[in-house]
Write a protein that binds this ligand. Structure first.
Ligand code: A3P
Length: 295
């Protein structure tokens, strides 16, 4: 076996206590210890399926002052490379692609706080963290695990819920992820944003991100960014809907990357008992914090 096939459906690998996608686990220690940050790097950090791609396209448009032509210069995974992405023998690793991306670089990562590169902390770069309620994350992640061949097979929905609650999914525990980043937001240069707030008022949230990045736009520019990054526009755009990525990695005939883009799809998947079990999980994970999510 060679290339992508070798990394298909492999079990998660434990890296410093965090279950990781096998293909990505190979040089994670190297990234955490030795990735070289630049002063003007901008990081988009998220737990998977929390609106990373949406925020990536928003940030790219903000940095290009809403110029849609400039935003068409490449696919989202080329413009905003994923730091830990790696399929040995197939494509250059995200950390290598980042070396040739012009500054200011926008870096996507799902890494939890304990695996976040030291150099990015040292440089105190700007970090935009996007969080989403765990019920919708679990549903989205389940569909993603079904279509993404680098991930382990998710099993049945019933089985998946248990794995999610145990934190036995790629990038580990949702609770630890959102909590650790939340707790750091006042010490570090972090803008903490909620997916549900982006859905509720995208223009307000785009303005917030623009301000964090030192931009003050006219209504016309903000509205253009809002239109360009609507779910419909991004679903139809081959540069943002991941159809440019090989189907041997993401098989979109199983589930599209741009799946629903709503809050509350969990109601179509959870039984009453599963929902109650998840509510307990949510209470446990957010206890002692002032972190609250909309469902
Ligand atoms: P669903 O699977 O619930 O539809 P990520 O980019 O972190 O992998 O997150 C993917 C999730 O964000 C998917 O959720 C996807 O549909 C949703 N999404 C992507 N772009 C979006 C947009 N412009 N508006 C709303 N949701 C979006």
């Amino acid at each position: 076996m060679s290339g992508k096939l070798e990394w298909r459906r492999r079990d998660l690998v434990n890296v410093r206590g965090v279950p990781m996608i096998c293909a990505f686990a190979q040089n994670l220690e190297e990234i955490t210890e030795h990735f070289q940050a630049k002063d003007d790097d901008i990081v988009i950090a998220t737990y998977p399926k929390s609106g990373t791609t949406w925020m990536s396209e928003i940030v790219d448009l903000i940095l290009n002052d809403g110029d849609v032509e400039k935003s068409r210069r490449g696919a989202i995974f080329q413009k905003v490379p994923m730091l830990e992405f790696r399929v040995p023998g197939e494509v250059p690793p995200g950390s290598e692609i980042l070396e040739s991306v012009p500054s200011p670089r926008v870096i996507k990562t799902h890494l939890p706080v304990p695996l976040f590169p030291k150099s990015l902390w040292d440089k105190n770069v700007k970090i935009i963290y996007v969080a989403r309620n765990p019920k919708d994350v679990a549903v989205s992640f389940y569909h993603f695990d079904m279509m993404n061949q680098l991930h382990p097979d998710p099993g049945t929905w019933e089985e998946y819920i248990e794995k999610f609650i145990e934190g036995n999914v790629g990038f580990g525990s949702w609770g630890a992820h959102v909590r650790d980043w939340w707790n750091l937001r006042q010490q570090k240069n972090i803008l903490y944003i909620f997916y549900e707030d982006m859905l509720e008022d995208p223009i307000r949230e785009i303005r917030k991100v623009a301000k964090f990045l030192g931009k003050d736009f006219s209504e016309e520019v903000v509205n253009r960014i809002g239109q360009q990054t609507s779910f419909k526009a991004m679903k139809e755009n081959p540069l943002t809907n991941y159809t440019a990525l090989s189907s041997t990695i993401m098989d979109q005939s199983i589930s599209p990357f741009m799946r629903k883009g709503i809050c509350g799809d969990w109601r179509n998947h959870f039984t009453v008992a599963q929902s109650e079990r998840f509510d307990e999980y949510y209470q446990r994970e957010t206890a002692g914090t002032d972190l609250t999510f909309h469902f």
